[in-house]
Design a binder for this molecule. Structure first.
Ligand SMILES: Cc1cc2nc3c(=O)[nH]c(=O)nc-3n(C[C@H](O)[C@H](O)[C@H](O)COP(=O)(O)OP(=O)(O)OC[C@H]3O[C@@H](n4cnc5c(N)ncnc54)[C@H](O)[C@@H]3O)c2cc1C
Length: 398
C-alpha cells in the first residue's frame, strides 16, 4: 500500500517492523480476522536482501505452511537430516531422525521467507508501509497506545488497541516501557563471525560445525548453488582487508580433515562481520505493549535459533489475539511472556553451549581446549549426549 490517502490512523494491533516476526504476525492476524497495520523503517528491497538466518525448525515450517506462505519453500528448500561436527581432523555426524524420533530441519534463507511473506501480504494482507520509521510509542499503560512515525517526510500517528514491537534489537518499541519495569540479561562474546556468500555448490550435503586450533568455522548453504561460510574472527575485524584467497585458505585450514575431502572455492558475492551476543529482556509484555523476536531476545547464530524463536513468539501471540478477539478473554495475552520465555531460555542455553564448545576464546588456555574436546568426544561416543544436542537443534513443537 503506498497511497498516502489510504494510510489508516487507527487499528487493533499496530506492528513495528517487517522482519520475519512482524510479517508472520501480520499474516497470522489477517487469517484470524484481527485488524493490523505494519510499519517498516526500510524499503522493500533492503528488507528482502538482508542476509541473515537460514535454518528452519519443523515448527517454523508448520506455521509457514498454515499461513499459505510455504509454496516456494516446499519446492526450493533443502531438507536436512543431520549436521556434522568436526574436530581433531575428523568428523562426526548427528543423525536427527534417529536421535529425535523423526525430526529434521529445512535450509531456506531468511531472505526468501521474508520475500514470500511480503508477496502474500501485498496481495491480500494487512496494510504494510515501507519507509515508515517509528520514532516513539506512547501510552503503553493506557487503553490506546499510539505509534508515532514518519512516512514520506510526514509525521503521522497510528492509534492501536495493542502495539507489538517486532523492530529488532535496535528498535524503539522497547523504549515505551519504563526502564525500571524491564530486566535485560546479556552476554557479549569476545569474537565475531565473518560471513561470506559464495557462488559455489556446497562442499558438503549438511552443515559442518568445525572446532579447530585456529578457531571456529561453519559450512552452511543457501541453495544447491550458493554456499554460506563463516569464520570466527576477533571483534572489530574489517572484512574488506581480507583477500578472497586469505578467506579460502583460512576456511581450508579450519575444515581440514584426514582423507581426501576438499572445500570447493567460488566467487565471493557478499561479506560481513557479525558480533556475537546473547540477550533476553523480561517481561516480553508491559501494559498494552508486546515485544517479539529480536526486540526481546538475541542469540548467537551458532544454534540457528534466532529466526525460529521469532516465529515461535508471534505464533503464540497470534493465538492469544485470536482468542481475545473471539471471546474477549485475555488469558493468552496475559500468559504470553511467561509462555515464550521458557522456550527463549532453552534456546539461549543451547546457543551458549554450541558457541562456547566450538569457539576459541582469546584468553583460552590448553585446559579449556581439552574440556571442549572432551565434550565433543562425549557427543560422538554417547547417543544420550548426541540426542541432547539433536533435540535442542531441531526444536520442540509449539
Ligand atoms: C547480521 C545478522 C546475521 C544473522 N545471522 C543469523 C544466522 O546465520 N542464523 C540465525 O539463526 N540467526 C541469524 N541472525 C538472527 C536472525 O536473523 C534474527 O533472529 C531474525 O531476523 C529476527 O527477526 P525479527 O523479525 O525479530 O527481527 P529483524 O529481522 O531484525 O526485523 C526487525 C525489523 O524492524 C525494522 N525496524 C527497526 N526499527 C524500526 C523502527 N523504528 N520503525 C520501523 N521499523 C523498524 C527493521 O528495519 C527490520 O526490518 C542474524 C542476525 C543478524 C543481525
Amino acid at each position: 500500500m503506498s497511497e498516502t490517502t489510504n494510510i489508516p490512523a487507527t487499528t487493533t494491533v499496530g506492528i513495528v517492523g517487517a522482519g520475519p516476526a512482524g510479517l508472520l504476525l501480520a499474516r497470522l492476524l489477517h487469517q484470524a480476522g484481527v485488524d493490523c497495520v505494519v510499519l517498516e523503517a526500510r524499503d522493500r528491497a533492503y528488507v528482502e536482501q538482508r542476509q541473515r538466518a537460514g535454518v528452519l525448525e519443523q515448527s517454523t515450517v508448520d506455521v509457514l505452511r498454515a499461513t499459505g506462505a510455504a509454496a516456494r519453500l516446499e519446492r526450493e528448500s533443502i531438507v536436512h537430516d543431520g549436521i556434522e561436527l568436526s574436530w581433531n581432523r575428523r568428523r562426526h555426524r548427528i543423525d536427527f531422525p534417529e536421535l529425535t524420533g523423526g525430526s529434521r530441519v529445512w535450509v531456506y534463507a531468511q531472505t526468501e521467507v521474508v520475500k514470500d511473506l511480503i508477496a502474500l501480504q501485498l496481495v491480500d494482507g494487512a496494510p504494510l508501509l515501507f519507509e515508515a520509521q517509528a520514532t516513539a510509542v506512547t501510552g503503553a499503560d493506557t487503553d490506546r497506545p499510539v505509534i508515532h512515525y514518519t512516512h514520506e517526510g510526514v509525521a503521522r500517528t497510528l492509534s492501536c488497541d495493542y502495539v507489538v514491537g517486532c523492530d529488532g534489537y535496535h528498535g524503539v518499541t522497547r523504549n515505551a516501557i519504563p526502564a525500571d519495569e524491564l530486566t535485560t540479561y546479556e552476554r557479549v562474546y569476545p569474537y565475531s563471525w565473518f560471513g561470506i556468500l559464495a557462488d559455489v555448490a556446497p562442499s558438503n550435503d549438511e552443515l559442518v560445525y568445525a572446532h579447530s586450533p585456529r578457531g571456529f568455522a561453519l559450512l552452511s548453504m543457501r541453495s544447491h548453488t550458493v554456499s554460506r561460510l563463516y569464520l570466527q574472527v576477533p571483534n572489530g575485524t574489517d572484512p574488506h582487508v581480507w583477500s578472497d584467497e586469505r578467506i579460502w585458505d583460512e576456511l581450508d585450514a579450519r575444515f581440514a580433515v584426514d582423507g581426501d575431502w576438499k572445500l570447493a572455492r567460488g566467487p565471493i558475492t557478499q561479506r560481513a562481520v557479525l558480533p556475537l551476543r546473547s540477550s533476553v529482556t523480561e517481561p516480553m509484555r508491559w501494559g498494552r505493549i508486546f515485544l517479539a523476536g529480536d526486540a526481546a531476545h538475541i542469540v548467537p547464530p551458532t544454534g540457528a535459533k534466532g529466526l525460529n524463536l521469532a516465529a515461535a513468539d508471534v505464533t503464540v501471540l497470534a493465538r492469544a489475539f485470536e482468542q481475545w478477539q473471539r471471546t474477549g478473554a485475555s488469558a493468552g495475552l496475559d500468559d504470553y511472556s511467561r509462555h515464550c520465555l521458557e522456550r527463549v531460555w532453552r534456546a539461549e542455553q543451547f546457543s551458549y553451549f554450541m558457541t562456547t564448545t566450538l569457539h576459541t576464546a582469546p584468553e583460552q588456555n590448553p585446559f579449556d581446549t581439552r574440556l571442549q574436546i572432551s565434550q565433543l568426544d562425549r557427543i560422538s561416543a554417547s547417543p544420550y549426549a548426541a540426542a541432547e544436542l539433536a533435540l535442542n537443534y531441531v526444536g520442540t513443537a509449539l
